[in-house]
Ligand binder design. Structure first.
Ligand SMILES: C[S@@+](CC[C@H](N)C(=O)[O-])C[C@H]1O[C@@H](n2cnc3c(N)ncnc32)[C@H](O)[C@@H]1O
Length: 267
């Protein structure tokens, strides 16, 4: 097993924090445990060589982030957010949004279950009036791996078990090998894109709702606040930020107004 030296560990922590906002300062065992095999397989004799190869090669960094973080997700995860969307946000938009355009961002979307759930909830809400609305969901992640799965939109039966029965019937087609594919009507609302949350947001679009759930768990307080501030600028006035229920935004530190657990509003 390739050992991680003290200096290599520090280099790792600094590099990942500076470039990807990921806080690994308490993850020495995780780094060694999850990466040692990979370093060996690559025929490298130490972690320094590996870190150098990561710095030079974009694909390597994605593999590394995939190893150190989790892409775990499922349809209809943390359903309070979808209830709030359906019961509060969409009725408000229906009444007040004259442009009939909804811009949503799922930041850290992993393999697509989150943005597709959002598209389903919105489609289900508007029903027959749906054609009058332009629903644009940007779904981004740092990992191209998960995004290619997301674009296909093919899932095992298990992944959709939390969805309401009516959604399971309405929004999926059966593939030849018995899996389920999100249907084209739902997929057309979602655009997938690689985006590192550490980078500046250059999109001109302002978002009615931003979902960034179970992503900022990897970031330290300072990085998290920077990202939350960027989301604030990217939100429309009156727009919302949804974070994971296990996450918090320090009160008084951000301009967002706390509404409900894991729901914040830009006034
Ligand atoms: C646990 S998944 C969350 C998926 C979904 N939002 C949910 O709540 O089910 C976390 C995702 O964050 C992504 N991620 C981690 N660091 C990131 C960064 N700096 N920029 C963008 N995405 C990142 C990972 O690739 C992973 O797919």
């Amino acid at each position: 097993m390739v050992k991680l030296t003290d200096n290599e560990f520090l280099d790792f922590v600094q590099y990942m924090h500076k470039n990807y906002g990921i806080d690994l300062s308490k993850k020495r065992i995780l780094i060694e445990g999850r990466l040692s095999n990979l370093v060996e397989k690559k025929g490298m004799s130490n972690f320094s060589q590996y870190l150098e190869s990561v710095k030079r090669n974009k694909e390597e960094i994605t593999i590394l982030i995939n190893k150190l973080t989790t892409n775990y997700t499922y349809f209809y995860r943390e359903e309070n957010h979808f209830k709030y969307l359906k019961e509060v946000i969409l009725p408000f938009e229906e009444k007040n949004n004259k442009s009939r355009i909804l811009n949503i961002w799922s930041a850290g979307c992993s393999s697509g279950e989150e943005p597709y759930t959002i598209a389903m909830v919105i489609d289900d809400y508007f029903k027959f009036a749906g054609s009058q609305w332009k629903i644009q969901i940007l779904a981004s992640d740092i990992s191209e791996n998960v995004l290619s799965k997301a674009r296909e939109g093919i899932y095992a039966e298990e992944a959709i078990k939390n969805l309401p029965e009516s959604y399971k019937k309405k929004y999926f087609d059966k593939t030849n090998d018995g899996k389920l594919q999100v249907n084209a009507d739902i997929r057309k609302h979602v655009t997938f894109k690689v985006f590192n949350l550490m980078d500046p947001i250059t999109e001109k679009n302002k978002y009615d709702v931003i979902f960034c759930r179970n992503v900022m768990i990897y970031f330290n307080a300072e990085t998290k606040l920077n990202i939350v501030n960027k989301f604030y600028d990217a939100n429309k006035s009156g727009g919302y930020l949804m974070i994971g229920h296990a996450e918090t935004i320090q009160r008084n530190k951000s301009k967002y107004l706390y509404i409900n657990p894991a729901i914040y509003k830009k006034e």
